[in-house]
Design a binder for this molecule. Structure first.
Ligand SMILES: [Zn+2]
Length: 182
Protein backbone atom coordinates (compact mmCIF):
# COMPACT_ATOMS: atom_id res chain seq x y z
CA UNK A 1 0.00 0.00 0.00
CA UNK A 2 1.19 3.46 -0.86
CA UNK A 3 1.41 5.98 1.98
CA UNK A 4 1.99 9.44 0.52
CA UNK A 5 3.75 12.01 2.63
CA UNK A 6 2.69 15.61 2.41
CA UNK A 7 3.92 18.82 3.91
CA UNK A 8 1.35 21.25 5.26
CA UNK A 9 1.61 25.04 5.13
CA UNK A 10 3.40 25.21 8.49
CA UNK A 11 6.09 22.97 7.12
CA UNK A 12 5.36 20.19 9.58
CA UNK A 13 5.13 16.74 8.17
CA UNK A 14 1.71 15.22 8.01
CA UNK A 15 0.92 11.71 7.03
CA UNK A 16 -2.20 10.45 5.37
CA UNK A 17 -3.15 6.89 4.82
CA UNK A 18 -3.07 6.70 1.04
CA UNK A 19 -6.39 5.93 -0.58
CA UNK A 20 -6.27 2.88 -2.74
CA UNK A 21 -8.84 2.45 -5.51
CA UNK A 22 -10.17 -1.10 -5.33
CA UNK A 23 -10.51 -3.10 -8.52
CA UNK A 24 -13.13 -5.37 -10.06
CA UNK A 25 -13.26 -8.55 -7.99
CA UNK A 26 -13.28 -6.75 -4.65
CA UNK A 27 -16.62 -7.60 -2.97
CA UNK A 28 -17.19 -4.05 -1.71
CA UNK A 29 -17.86 -2.97 -5.30
CA UNK A 30 -20.88 -5.29 -5.31
CA UNK A 31 -22.41 -4.22 -2.00
CA UNK A 32 -25.21 -1.72 -1.53
CA UNK A 33 -23.75 1.24 0.36
CA UNK A 34 -25.48 2.69 3.43
CA UNK A 35 -26.54 6.34 3.93
CA UNK A 36 -24.28 8.67 5.86
CA UNK A 37 -26.00 9.60 9.15
CA UNK A 38 -24.46 13.08 9.30
CA UNK A 39 -22.04 15.34 7.48
CA UNK A 40 -19.07 16.23 9.66
CA UNK A 41 -15.56 17.67 9.40
CA UNK A 42 -14.44 14.08 8.96
CA UNK A 43 -16.76 13.75 5.95
CA UNK A 44 -15.32 16.95 4.47
CA UNK A 45 -11.75 15.69 4.97
CA UNK A 46 -12.74 12.44 3.30
CA UNK A 47 -14.29 14.31 0.37
CA UNK A 48 -11.12 16.40 -0.06
CA UNK A 49 -9.02 13.24 -0.06
CA UNK A 50 -11.37 11.63 -2.59
CA UNK A 51 -11.03 14.58 -4.98
CA UNK A 52 -7.24 14.35 -4.70
CA UNK A 53 -7.25 10.62 -5.33
CA UNK A 54 -9.59 11.06 -8.29
CA UNK A 55 -7.38 13.72 -9.88
CA UNK A 56 -4.23 11.72 -9.30
CA UNK A 57 -5.83 8.77 -11.07
CA UNK A 58 -7.14 10.99 -13.91
CA UNK A 59 -10.73 10.21 -13.02
CA UNK A 60 -13.79 12.42 -13.40
CA UNK A 61 -15.74 10.75 -10.61
CA UNK A 62 -15.05 8.56 -7.59
CA UNK A 63 -17.52 6.76 -5.33
CA UNK A 64 -16.81 5.79 -1.71
CA UNK A 65 -17.08 2.01 -2.35
CA UNK A 66 -14.17 2.40 -4.79
CA UNK A 67 -11.93 3.31 -1.87
CA UNK A 68 -13.35 0.55 0.28
CA UNK A 69 -16.03 2.54 2.11
CA UNK A 70 -19.61 1.29 1.91
CA UNK A 71 -21.25 4.69 2.32
CA UNK A 72 -23.48 6.65 -0.05
CA UNK A 73 -21.07 9.34 -1.18
CA UNK A 74 -19.42 10.20 -4.48
CA UNK A 75 -17.46 13.08 -5.93
CA UNK A 76 -17.53 14.38 -9.50
CA UNK A 77 -15.46 16.83 -11.51
CA UNK A 78 -16.89 16.73 -15.02
CA UNK A 79 -16.10 18.86 -18.07
CA UNK A 80 -17.30 22.09 -16.43
CA UNK A 81 -14.44 21.79 -13.91
CA UNK A 82 -16.76 22.19 -10.90
CA UNK A 83 -16.02 19.94 -7.92
CA UNK A 84 -19.27 18.46 -6.66
CA UNK A 85 -19.81 16.12 -3.72
CA UNK A 86 -23.01 14.07 -3.52
CA UNK A 87 -23.95 12.65 -0.11
CA UNK A 88 -26.93 10.27 0.16
CA UNK A 89 -27.89 11.07 -3.45
CA UNK A 90 -31.12 10.06 -5.13
CA UNK A 91 -31.83 10.28 -8.82
CA UNK A 92 -35.42 11.48 -8.78
CA UNK A 93 -35.99 11.91 -12.52
CA UNK A 94 -34.52 10.42 -15.67
CA UNK A 95 -35.27 11.38 -19.26
CA UNK A 96 -36.76 8.85 -21.67
CA UNK A 97 -34.28 10.15 -24.22
CA UNK A 98 -31.04 8.18 -23.99
CA UNK A 99 -27.46 8.73 -25.07
CA UNK A 100 -24.52 6.45 -25.80
CA UNK A 101 -21.06 7.18 -24.44
CA UNK A 102 -17.87 5.19 -24.02
CA UNK A 103 -17.31 4.71 -20.29
CA UNK A 104 -14.39 3.56 -18.24
CA UNK A 105 -13.92 3.14 -14.49
CA UNK A 106 -10.98 3.53 -12.12
CA UNK A 107 -12.00 0.16 -10.65
CA UNK A 108 -11.99 -1.49 -14.09
CA UNK A 109 -8.83 0.08 -15.54
CA UNK A 110 -8.02 0.02 -19.26
CA UNK A 111 -11.47 -1.18 -20.31
CA UNK A 112 -13.85 1.09 -22.18
CA UNK A 113 -17.27 0.24 -23.55
CA UNK A 114 -20.27 2.08 -24.95
CA UNK A 115 -23.03 2.38 -22.37
CA UNK A 116 -26.61 3.55 -22.98
CA UNK A 117 -28.12 5.74 -20.26
CA UNK A 118 -30.80 8.41 -19.88
CA UNK A 119 -29.53 11.65 -21.39
CA UNK A 120 -30.74 13.83 -18.50
CA UNK A 121 -31.26 13.29 -14.80
CA UNK A 122 -32.44 15.23 -11.80
CA UNK A 123 -30.51 14.33 -8.67
CA UNK A 124 -31.05 15.32 -5.05
CA UNK A 125 -28.29 15.02 -2.48
CA UNK A 126 -26.59 16.70 0.44
CA UNK A 127 -23.51 18.76 -0.28
CA UNK A 128 -20.32 18.83 1.83
CA UNK A 129 -21.98 21.34 4.17
CA UNK A 130 -24.87 18.97 4.76
CA UNK A 131 -27.30 21.13 2.76
CA UNK A 132 -29.81 19.50 0.43
CA UNK A 133 -29.58 20.49 -3.23
CA UNK A 134 -31.30 19.53 -6.45
CA UNK A 135 -29.35 19.42 -9.69
CA UNK A 136 -30.63 18.92 -13.21
CA UNK A 137 -27.82 17.57 -15.35
CA UNK A 138 -27.36 16.59 -18.97
CA UNK A 139 -24.45 15.72 -21.23
CA UNK A 140 -21.24 14.45 -19.67
CA UNK A 141 -22.20 15.52 -16.14
CA UNK A 142 -25.40 13.44 -16.26
CA UNK A 143 -23.36 10.52 -17.49
CA UNK A 144 -20.79 10.72 -14.66
CA UNK A 145 -23.48 11.18 -11.98
CA UNK A 146 -25.29 8.04 -13.14
CA UNK A 147 -22.08 6.00 -13.31
CA UNK A 148 -21.06 7.05 -9.79
CA UNK A 149 -24.56 6.64 -8.35
CA UNK A 150 -24.57 3.07 -9.69
CA UNK A 151 -21.48 2.34 -7.58
CA UNK A 152 -23.55 3.03 -4.44
CA UNK A 153 -25.87 0.19 -5.40
CA UNK A 154 -23.07 -2.22 -6.28
CA UNK A 155 -23.60 -1.73 -10.01
CA UNK A 156 -20.71 -1.32 -12.45
CA UNK A 157 -20.79 -0.05 -16.03
CA UNK A 158 -19.97 -3.56 -17.26
CA UNK A 159 -23.41 -4.63 -15.96
CA UNK A 160 -24.90 -2.34 -18.60
CA UNK A 161 -23.12 -3.79 -21.63
CA UNK A 162 -23.61 -7.04 -23.60
CA UNK A 163 -23.13 -10.13 -21.37
CA UNK A 164 -20.36 -11.57 -23.55
CA UNK A 165 -18.36 -8.34 -23.35
CA UNK A 166 -18.94 -8.20 -19.62
CA UNK A 167 -17.74 -11.80 -19.19
CA UNK A 168 -14.55 -11.06 -21.13
CA UNK A 169 -13.74 -8.10 -18.89
CA UNK A 170 -14.58 -10.02 -15.69
CA UNK A 171 -12.28 -12.84 -16.76
CA UNK A 172 -9.38 -10.41 -17.03
CA UNK A 173 -9.85 -9.43 -13.38
CA UNK A 174 -10.51 -12.90 -12.00
CA UNK A 175 -7.83 -13.94 -9.55
CA UNK A 176 -5.84 -17.00 -10.57
CA UNK A 177 -6.76 -19.88 -8.26
CA UNK A 178 -3.93 -21.34 -6.21
CA UNK A 179 -3.22 -24.86 -7.51
CA UNK A 180 -4.26 -27.52 -5.04
CA UNK A 181 -1.72 -29.78 -3.35
CA UNK A 182 1.16 -27.31 -3.53
ZN1 LIG B 1 -16.65 3.64 -11.79
Amino acid sequence: MRIPQRIDQCGANRYFIGMKVVKLGDPILRQKAIPLPEVTDETRALIREMFETMEKEDGVGLAAPQIGLGIRLFVVKADDGVERAFINPQIIETSTETSVYEEGCLSVPKNYEDVVRPARVVVQALNERGRRFTLEADGFLARVIQHENDHLDGILFIDRIAPDKRARIEAKFATTPVPEGR
